[in-house]
Design a protein around this ligand. Sequence first.
Ligand code: A3D
Length: 320
Amino acid sequence: MARAKIALIGSGMIGGTLAHIAAREELGDVVLFDITEGVPQGKALDIAEATAVFGSDVALKGANDYADIADADVCIVTAGVPRKPGMSRDDLLGINLKVMKAVGEGIKKYAPNAFVICITNPLDAMVWALQKFSGLPVEKVVGMAGVLDSARFAYFLAEKTGISVEDIHAWTLGGHGDDMVPMVRHSTVGGLPLPELVAQGFLTQDELDAIVKRTRGGGGEIVALLKTGSAFYAPAESGIAMAKSYLSDKKRVLPVAAFLNGEYGLSGLYVGVPAVIGKDGVEKVIEFSTNEDEKAMFKKSVESVQGLIAACKEIDPSLA
Ligand code: A3D
């Protein structure tokens, strides 16, 4: 059987890390695409040389021409600009919307059958615009944010309780902003929902509240430390987890920005929800029960996403 083809649109910090992991895990042949000349070619050659050390038989290519992504099975989009200290994700909207137009048109022309994973911020608006510009079916275009936000939540819980990350299932829903919704009642450590974990004395309510707050600000914490860009290792791992579930029809339930058709009472926009990812892309959205508090937080988060979409429509009337 032919190897899968993975096109990475954007060859910066996340794109390069995605290429490294994809090659190392032998997920398929990798094309690194970027507008900057030399960078995708240099990263592709560097990683190709590393394949002889870790023993992966995959091809890597750097490209500045969309023709090179032809017939890709998966496209992971990180093209655009990341945050610098003091910037919110929303500050990136105007610049990255133009990038999504170019990327969407490239994918439409050369890789219309791909499963497309958008990582570019502000995520929920950019994935919405990318789907519109590419014209691909909504179930084949998804956003990566929830896997990362949930991983941060799980890691902080593991760090505080001393329990293996493997036995923690944490969930964050809603938009990928600081008002994302960490789902405390649905997240478990060793099968115990977090409120029960507090009741059993594994951690205090104050410690749990601090973890929720840190999860919401997790991206900003890294931006403040790095000073020159934003997180890339964990975002890349998160994109790979989604690509793997699609490529091997694994049907993992992952928190992703999925297009909603009535689920959670919403339609026509992308928001972070748990979804089954398999060979058809987003195969099913899972609906968590929500109490009044969670509903209010979800509503606030969705309103932020709706505001970003309205801003996109204002900037580019073809999206209206
Ligand atoms: P960076 O290292 O700057 O890479 C971006 C790359 O995109 C650069 O190599 C640019 O040359 C390239 N680029 C710019 N315009 C175009 C274009 N029109 N076509 C093709 N390539 C282009 O950034 P990064 O890799 O650190 O981050 C990439 C994006 O991911 C940013 O928007 C971040 O904000 C975002 N991000 C999202 C998350 C989520 O969880 C959603 C997490 C971390 C970063």
